[in-house]
Design a protein around this ligand. Structure first.
Ligand SMILES: [Zn+2]
Ligand SMILES: [Zn+2]
Length: 149
């Protein structure tokens, strides 16, 4: 039997539930967009099947199409407190990318991979046994790192 794992925004209006046997492995991205969007050193997220993801509270949508790749990113946030919760990308149909810090049990998460480390801030140290890539990772290697452990 799978556990229901839940999360939501800071004010409580938007809540979500994912169906997983255990907490997901999460990865950190140190790219400029993620630093800007999070206001922090890196973003933390995990992939999840869209058909096993239930959201309540009508999140606001911000849609952005990349000039370079032509991919469309749909970003969903709380319309009241503006917490970013998840996004969809036209390059990854059927999946959502969820901001890991919005999980209720975020203190139990493990960061199992880092990407775009060439932009990482000083003072952020990555353990030597955790896979990391200076830019985006080759998708096969990256998925393997996320599925490990
Ligand atoms: Zn909110
Ligand atoms: Zn990024």
């Amino acid at each position: 039997m799978s556990d229901q794992i839940e999360g939501g925004c800071r004010c409580g209006r938007v809540r979500y539930r994912v169906t997983l046997d255990k907490l997901p492995n999460v990865y950190a991205c140190h790219c400029l967009d993620c630093q800007t969007w999070s206001g922090s050193a890196f973003s933390l997220q995990f992939f999840h099947q869209e058909n096993r993801f239930v959201v309540t509270g009508e999140p606001a949508l911000y849609e952005l199409t990349s000039q370079t790749s032509g991919r469309t990113s749909r970003q969903y946030a709380c319309p009241v407190c503006f917490t970013r919760i998840y996004n969809k990308n036209s390059s990854r149909p059927g999946f959502v990318t969820i901001r890991a810090g919005t999980l209720d049990r975020s203190n139990e998460l493990a960061i199992v991979a880092h990407i775009w480390t060439k932009r990482k801030m000083r003072g952020v140290d990555i353990p030597p046994d955790v896979p990391s890539w200076p830019e985006g990772a080759p998708s096969g290697d990256f998925v393997a790192a996320l599925l490990r452990a």
